[in-house]
Design a protein around this ligand. Sequence first.
Ligand code: PLP
Length: 450
Amino acid sequence: MHGANEGGGVHAAPNTLEPYWMPFTWNRRFKQAPKLVAGADGMHYRTPEGGAVLDSMAGLWCVNAGHNRERITTAIQQAAAEMDYAASFQYSHPAAFQLANQLTAMAPHGAFDHAFFTNSGSESVDSALKIALAYHRANGEPQRRRLIGRERGYHGVNFGGISVGGIVNNRRTFTQLPDVDHLPHTHDLEHQAFSRGQPEWGAHLADDLERLCALHGPETIAAVIVEPVAGSTGVLVPPKGYLQRLREICDKHGILLIFDEVITGFGRLGSSFAAEHFGVTPDLITLAKGISNAAVPMGAVLCRQGIYDALMADAERQGGTIEFFHGYTFGGHPLACAAALATLEVYKEEDLFARAAAMAPVLEELVHAFDDHPRVSDVRNLGMMAAIDLKPWPGRPGELGYELFARCFDKGVLVRLAGDTIELSPPLIAERHHLETITATIRETLDEIA
Ligand code: PLP
């Protein structure tokens, strides 16, 4: 250990890879053979050496309009020159209100009237869980404190998110919220393998919520949170009728339904939101990623009519001032709002959600060409998202996936591997030839190593 007066200060430091503790990364392997990008444009990244890397993942499910869109970059530059920062605690700035208006206007089924701003998907999730608890308290049901998530759900990495989430590696090391339970996930190889779009089988899995209601007492349950399509655990598409059934059971028991649309929002399924695509209206929607085309970190929670009003009315009754004790220093940051407003313009002017809907069958056709590959155990897709499950190398889970990722990167294609599952989520500007290059590179590489 260094003494208190050694090091520190702002001075020239060696530029090595070691001090950066990378998130969700096999650090030891990365630092032996780093994969770096230094520029981006449209469908491509650029390496420091100047090589092009085709992006099959929209960064990380987020650069929906493609990279370095001039309109967005310019809006951020102008906003930065105008005003570096304004909080939204007891004072605010116009762009935050403008964005809240736009988001509620485009929200599904005209049913959402307020937006709460955050800086990430994880913060959106924890904010939504708190809003659900606060709503029930305001409505005179403070005993509704239980939160229901789902196995294989990913809701970010804050304590609320990992508690309702259902990924063992994100949970086993840490403590969790009490009063949480989980629905079963909806993936079943016996009944759904190689489904195109929504599987026919599995709507009844939503009935497990009735079992949890019977077990805990429905009057103790505040909210159910699900990703309409589970993204991070490999594009698990909801069976036909499943989300409708969840909605019905939540309605029956006065439970709020939260859709985590951090991935599915902003065109991924060919519509503004998955709620619209599936024709199901949740009570809260969590957003991030594509909201600002990822150019500045941002997230939001959309609240259905009546939720905000309930908190206002309760504070009025109690004679209180601040109605909701929650918020982030950077929530609604001026640069993030400028980026999001410009992003929404790009989505609209280029009709990118309709473009995604039009390109989805091409992605479906290309990924299902892997159905009979000997190394592949399942393929799934909906809209502009798809997953290919690989059979792991025996006793070495995740290593085939990493090798595939590393080799594809070196060949100029960024492919995301979640363990041994290939996940595809290209920018919505992708053309057929981009998708063909991505899948051809995957096939060639898989054949080399598998
Ligand atoms: N919710 C979902 C559905 C996500 O896919 C993610 C990130 O991938 C998150 C929440 C967390 O978002 P963030 O990484 O911005 O905190």
